[in-house]
Write a protein that binds this ligand. Structure first.
Ligand SMILES: Cc1cc2nc3c(=O)[nH]c(=O)nc-3n(C[C@H](O)[C@H](O)[C@H](O)COP(=O)(O)O)c2cc1C
Length: 411
């Protein structure tokens, strides 16, 4: 099923608005910032811009209104709005937070906010649906803390495809699970992982067992040949995105470098969770980096750090990649999986460049280059709509900003 959820405002339009305000072209400096040049660092050094110079002030990691939501989802939030406080902390593509919630005593309805689409980075809204599934799962995981069990009905209203879930809440004995506790500790970790700590087959099997979503299957890429094939394809997909000006523009529209913009918008990809060193993060908060440097850094980080240090890659598969229900189920599975990993001390990072190129091919009629190459790595008749890497940490994974529950609840 592919419901008509035509975005009411495209990412490209948003970028044009931002360009008019003179902000966009220089602000894409961080997630991909490993490409920052020696010259830039020299300027930073000359200007005395060390991390210490900005740390502790308004630039300090994870501080300010934009991060307050992470402290609002504790076990003492005893009402339905408390469940939305958990929902907003879910993983979501580009941290666009494409959700709205209608809250009643015994029911929460979840809606897609299609204005928060990713343009050509997500032309078929696959990542939007997966992100909404992640938010739904956090509500399910949080419900017992509020003395409720949650019953989810996906796509309850055929007349409204933006109404992605109705969640009925029934009274039950209150309990706090390890998965609930992990909601505020789960972060996407873009650092390199610990090469001295492999993830064993038994651990991977336990994680697989956590995936019981309908029509969803998890596959792991663990042998050197499988990892090489998936890694090389991800690097090639990254290169293809960087060579596609429209994807570059739509990707960039969600990057936030300016502290005040982070605090007012409370969304998007920010520098602190980028996996870069403290010094690079500090410099990139104050020195503009060109688009070319930015993209070179993204490619280098993917190729030289994220892929070679992955203990394993994984993919969540469905039979019909255009089916909204299957995508929502994959989102639920991913969130549960990532929470389980957090409980186990594991870290994870979605690496979705390949599916992003596949959707670009499908939506524009390009040759099915990445579609065919990924299909060759998967069981016949299955499609990967969420791809990721896992491993043990080498550093801290820092939080991303969030719009708090009160800003995403419909009156
Ligand atoms: C469908 C989907 C696709 C994503 N793709 C990527 C990706 O390709 N690379 C990446 O670094 N993070 C990716 N992410 C992670 C998001 O960027 C991340 O969840 C978001 O920025 C919020 O940060 P948090 O997970 O630390 O709370 C993806 C997440 C989702 C749900």
């Amino acid at each position: 099923m592919t419901p008509d959820r035509t975005p009411t405002k495209s990412r490209h339009d948003q970028k044009e608005q931002d360009d008019q305000k003179g902000r966009t072209s220089t602000r894409r400096s961080f997630l991909k910032v490993a490409g920052i040049s020696v010259g830039t660092l020299a300027i930073a050094g000359a200007a005395g811009l060390t991390w210490r110079a900005v740390d502790g002030g308004v630039f300090a990691s994870g501080t300010g209104e934009a991060f307050a939501a992470w402290a609002e989802a504790g076990p003492d939030a005893h009402d339905a709005l408390g469940l939305v406080r958990a929902a907003v902390l879910a993983a979501n593509a580009h941290n666009a937070q494409p959700w709205q919630f209608r809250v009643a005593d015994n029911r929460i309805d979840v809606f897609a906010d299609t204005t928060r689409n990713l343009g050509t980075m997500d032309p078929l809204l696959r990542e939007m649906d997966v992100s909404l599934g992640c938010a739904i799962e956090n509500i399910v995981v949080a419900a017992p803390v509020n003395g409720k069990t949650a019953t989810v009905t996906l796509l309850p209203d055929p007349a409204d495809p933006t109404h992605v879930a109705r969640i009925d809440l029934q009274a039950a004995e209150a309990s706090v699970s390890p998965l609930f506790t992990a909601i505020t500790g789960r972060h996407t970790d873009r650092n390199g992982y610990d090469l001295t700590r492999p993830v064993g087959a038994a651990e991977l099997a336990l994680l697989s067992a956590a995936v019981d979503a309908p029509e969803t299957e998890l596959v792991w890429f663990t042998t050197p040949a499988e990892k090489d094939a998936f890694g090389a394809l991800t690097v090639r997909a990254t290169e293809a995105i960087i060579a596609d000006p429209q994807q570059v523009a739509d990707d960039a529209a969600w990057y936030r470098t300016d502290w005040h913009e982070v605090q007012s918008k409370k969304d998007g990809i920010t520098i602190d969770p980028s996996g870069q060193s403290e010094f690079i993060r500090a410099v990139s908060k104050v020195i503009p980096v060109s688009t070319a440097q930015n993209n070179a850094g993204w490619l280098a980080g993917t190729r030289d750090s994220q892929i070679p240090t992955a203990a394993a890659f994984g993919a969540l598969l469905v039979r019909d990649p255009l089916d909204t229900g299957q995508r929502l189920s994959v989102g639920r599975a991913w969130q549960r999986l990532h929470l389980s990993m957090t409980v186990d001390g594991l870290r994870a990072q979605p690496l979705c460049q390949i599916p992003e190129r596949i959707d670009r091919e499908r939506s524009t009629g390009l040759n099915p280059d990445f579609s065919d190459a990924l299909a060759a790595l998967l069981p016949a008749g299955r499609h990967a709509i969420m791809t990721f890497r896992i491993g043990y940490p080498t550093g801290e994974a820092l939080p991303s900003p969030r719009r708090p529950a009160r800003e995403v609840v419909l009156s």
